[in-house]
Ligand binder design. Sequence first.
Ligand SMILES: [Zn+2]
Length: 112
Amino acid sequence: MVCGEETDAHLFLQCSYSIWVLEQLLGPLGVHANFNQTWTSFLLDIDRLHDKVQKTIALLAIQIYTCHLWRERNTKAHDNGISRPSRLLQGIKMDLRARLASSTWIRPGSDY
Ligand SMILES: [Zn+2]
């Protein structure tokens, strides 16, 4: 994203900016996915996780990540600079916590 390449795989999965955010987001969930593939293949890998709660939280995290990253991309496109990845991650986690707090299926002891 910081480099300006616009393919979906690069923007969401392979840019150093995106990789850092995804690793920090999915690592605590125990998800260590292969980022060197297409966006669709990446999502199919997540969808094949056996633990239903882990899969649901990971997919929700990725959905929120996608929205935040796209918003960040648009902000950058209008020459308004780019947030530090840690700031983007903080916003994603805040939204994720809010979504999980309104759910009834949270795993006790989850980092989220
Ligand atoms: Zn890049």
